[in-house]
Structure formats: C-alpha cells, structure tokens
Design a protein around this ligand. Structure first.
Ligand code: TXA
Ligand code: MG
Length: 337
C-alpha cells in the first residue's frame, strides 16, 4: 500500500467524506467523529437507519479515554489485554461523541482495531473514526476491499485495501457498568473474544465481575433477528442427513413461510427452488469465521443457485463456534429438519 493512498484517504476524511478502511474483523465505512456531515454520509451511503449506533475506532488508549466519562480500572485492564483487537467496549459517552454516532444513547462503542493501516490513518488524523461495517444495511459484512467495491458500485468510494480480514467476523461488543469495584459485563454481540477469554484474562485480577445475560432492547440496539443476509435464502439443516433433493422439497413446502422482508431487509426468493448449494466450512471455528462471509458471497452470487444450506454438526455447539453460529442463524431464513 503506497503512502499516496493513505494521503488521499486523509484528504477525503478531512473534507468531511467517508473512506472504507480495513480492520482485522471486517472492513469499515469511516468518517471523523467531529464531522457531522461525514457521519451522516455513513448512514446515507449504507442506507442504515439512524437508530443503529456506530462504533468509534481509536489508535491509542489515551484517545479512547477522551470518548468516555468512565474509563475504569477494569476497562483499562481489558484494553491493555485485548487491544488492539476484536473487542468493543460500550461505555458512558463523553461530550466528544455526537448523538448521531450513538443514536441518541448515553453510551458509546469504542475499539482499537488490529490493522496497521487503520491505526496509521487514525494516528495521522489524530482523531477517532466512527465506522460501521462497510456493507449495505442488513447485508453480509465485507472481508476484502473487493467486497466493499461490490457493495457500493456507484459510490466512487475511496477504499484502503489492507488485504483480506484476518478474523472475518465483527468484534465482540461488551457492555460494562460498575459501582466502585463491582462490575457487570454483558456481551451484546458475540465475536472472536469469548466469555471464557474474558474470564481467563480476569481470573487473577481483583475485580468483582458478574456476567449478565439479558439487557433491554434499549441498551442493545441494532441487534436484530435478521442480519447479514446473503442475496438468496440460506437454510440451516438440523438433524438427519437430508439429501439435497429432500432439502429442495422441504424448502419448497416452507416457501410461503419465508417473508419478503424482515426488519427492513429484503429476502430474494424465487417462485420455485431449483438448485441448492452447500455452504461447507472448515472444522476449525477461527478458520470458519475468516471464510464465512466470503463463502456466503461467492455462493449466493452464482447465477444457477437459488438456495444455500448449511448442515449443523454437534461440534457447532462449542463456545468457539458461537459467533459463527450467531451470524449463520441471523443470515438464515429457513430451518429444515
Ligand atoms: O468489528 C467491528 O465491530 C466492525 C469493524 C468495522 O470495527 N464494526 C461493526 O460495526 O461491526 P456495525 O455498525 O456493523 O455494528 C456495530 C454494532 C451496532 O449495530 C450495535 O449493535 C453495537 O455495535 N453498538 C454500537 N454502539 C453501541 C452502543 N452505544 N450501545 C449498544 N450497542 C452498540
Ligand atoms: Mg454491520
């Protein structure tokens, strides 16, 4: 990557534009946090509803501290341990963060991405970048510069090409609140950093930590049932080894159950399913995470295929698979058994 492209990205951002940036998780569509015009462009480019808050990306802990009124010892410890990396903290926001970024919430999502290009860009701007994943709303997140280009073919976007994403799934989103040294942690979105990873990191520390599961919809916006949808329907096949012929027949029977649209996301379905393709993932969860989105894209853009399916295996119930299964379940419009 030449310095020239980085210079162009800086210029665009300084002029209130948006730029697609690589991170280790997925590509983001970024604007400077102090540019309301740029932030608005993120929402209009993505066709994203304003109720879904953006994550703010930093290149240092010091920068992160300016974004929140509560940089607690536990957050400092976790940042030291997991940053740069796929862990986003949801913390009380400071006045440095515009309400448009947080969808009017009093909290802000903050993370330091593990990608040298993104970090250099933020460093050189000396300002955090707000960035959601660089896909149209509700669709599969991009894990390569090419994916971003195909999501926004007519937008003449400046895209910093940092190669394929190493992790391949969006960051773990962790809500943190506390009273003195007693902390409540809640995982709002599963990602590469698991609950066990957090527990392990905290096990020799003096913090009192409680994990809480359910949070209200208000604390956890943008976590919709259907998300990450491929262009064509995806079926999750549970139980007995159905043949592809049986899968086609069962999917056809259930065709009327597939809505045309869920939570603003359109589901493309044919009159009749004709051709299925299996989504095959490696047996290793991390490798599967890296490949999932590009496989979904590749398979769903093959003209002859109109239905994808994924076979659920017993191993998929392990913790390492939770983030992959979360995305697959949200991407699926059919469960067959
Ligand atoms: O890995 C990632 O997190 C990627 C890369 C680009 O960093 N970003 C990403 O952004 O996935 P996005 O906008 O697609 O997802 C951000 C999600 C929101 O939908 C919301 O669920 C959650 O993070 N979030 C952000 N700010 C929040 C807040 N203040 N409270 C609760 N959830 C928040
Ligand atoms: Mg997204």
């Amino acid at each position: 990557m030449s310095g020239f492209v980085l210079d162009t990205a800086i210029e665009v951002l300084q002029k209130d534009g948006v730029v697609a940036i690589p991170t280790e998780t997925v590509y983001g569509l970024a604007a400077r946090i102090s540019s309301p015009v740029g932030i608005k462009k993120i929402f209009t480019t993505k066709q994203r509803p304003f109720f879904d808050p953006l994550i703010v990306h930093v290149s240092s802990k010091k920068m992160a501290e300016t974004l929140t009124t509560d940089w607690s010892p536990l957050v400092d410890f976790l940042a030291e341990h997991f940053w740069p990396g796929p862990l986003t903290f949801v913390l009380p926001k400071s006045t440095a963060v515009d309400a448009m970024i947080t969808s009017g919430l009093e909290t802000v999502g903050i993370r330091m991405p593990k990608h040298s290009l993104a970090l250099s860009l933020i460093d050189r701007l000396n300002e955090p970048l707000a960035a959601p994943s660089a896909n149209r709303f509700g669709k599969t997140s991009p894990t390569s510069a090419e994916h971003v280009r195909s999501e926004f073919p007519n937008d003449h976007l400046v895209i910093l090409d940092g190669g394929p994403c190493d992790v391949g799934l969006e960051s773990t989103v962790l809500h943190i609140s506390h009273v003195e040294n007693s902390y409540r942690l809640s995982i709002l979105r599963k990602g590469a950093v698991t609950k066990s990873d957090l527990e392990r990191a905290l096990s020799y520390q003096k913090f009192q930590v409680e994990f809480v599961e359910a949070l209200s919809k208000k604390e956890s916006p943008g976590h919709m049932k259907h998300h990450y949808m491929p262009e064509i329907p995806l079926a999750i096949v549970i139980g007995p080894q159905l043949s592809e012929k049986e899968i086609l027949e069962k999917a056809q029977e259930k065709m009327k159950d597939i809505p045309d649209e869920v939570e603003g996301v359109r589901i493309v379905k044919p009159q009749q399913f004709r051709q299925v393709r299996e989504l095959v993932l490696p047996s290793d969860a991390a490798q599967s995470a890296r490949l999932l989105y590009s496989e979904l894209r590749n398979l769903s853009t093959q003209k002859t295929t109109d239905l994808l399916y994924f076979r659920l295996q017993p191993a998929h119930s392990q913790e390492a698979w939770q983030a992959v299964m979360d995305r697959l379940t949200k991407a699926a419009s059919l469960i067959l058994n």
